[in-house]
Design a protein around this ligand. Sequence first.
Ligand SMILES: Nc1ncnc2c1ncn2[C@@H]1O[C@H](COP(=O)(O)OP(=O)(O)OP(=O)(O)O)[C@@H](O)[C@H]1O
Ligand SMILES: [Mg+2]
Length: 241
Amino acid sequence: MITLEGVSKKYPSGERPAVEEVGLHVEPGEFVAVMGPSGSGKSTLLNLIGGLDVPDQGKISIDGLSLHNLLEKRRTLIRRRKIGYIFQNYKLLPKLNVRENIAFPMSMDRCPREDIQIRVQQLISDLDLEGKEHSFPAELSGGQQQRVAIARALAMQPRVILADEPTGNLDYRRSYEVLEILSRLHRKERLTIVMVTHDLSVAGCAERVLLLEDGCIKSDIRQTEVNLQRALEDFLAKLQT
Ligand SMILES: Nc1ncnc2c1ncn2[C@@H]1O[C@H](COP(=O)(O)OP(=O)(O)OP(=O)(O)O)[C@@H](O)[C@H]1O
Ligand SMILES: [Mg+2]
């Protein structure tokens, strides 16, 4: 579903690449967590996979389509239709209310008004946002904004979800609910999910965990291969020494 070959990215102001020579293959329906210290390149990697940024080197393809051959316009279309992106800082549109923010990708894609209404209502109910339909992002709590961002990412019923700390600002109960939603989509609809998280228990919900350090994938652990929890604890212990 997602393939990266020798992907590197250096920001103009950076001394060294934020992502360096990354190769990765994610099967359709896989649920992958990405962990690693702050600044290790997790968000950069996700942006590259999502076509929000272009690599300096290497190739990325999503569902068999190579992103590097595409014009910006076509890349935007693929991004909108195939990928649901949950940003680390939400990126809600401040002048649109909750309903309009969630509907935004569907409106941009010129979906029929009735379809938009039905879908948005469903998402508002699924993400427990009833009563907030007409609020603007600035009037919402962090957790509520996060849930609006998740609803928006799901609006187009994408095959791939890229999520950057989707539970970062949620309390335990809400984190659990969000993970339940993602896990359910993964199990029932075989959605491919790549999720950045700092939280070990959140990563524990994935089948596979990538550990990033200095822009490189240092480990790629599958739950079935090893005791995931122990491997992650070892990794974190090493980072702290
Ligand atoms: N837009 C940018 N311009 C210049 N440098 C950047 C930019 N975005 C990120 N970087 C740098 O690239 C490196 C990787 O950043 P990135 O945001 O991918 O890390 P991260 O693993 O997501 O960190 P965090 O856990 O704090 O979100 C860092 O050294 C960061 O300072
Ligand atoms: Mg980040």
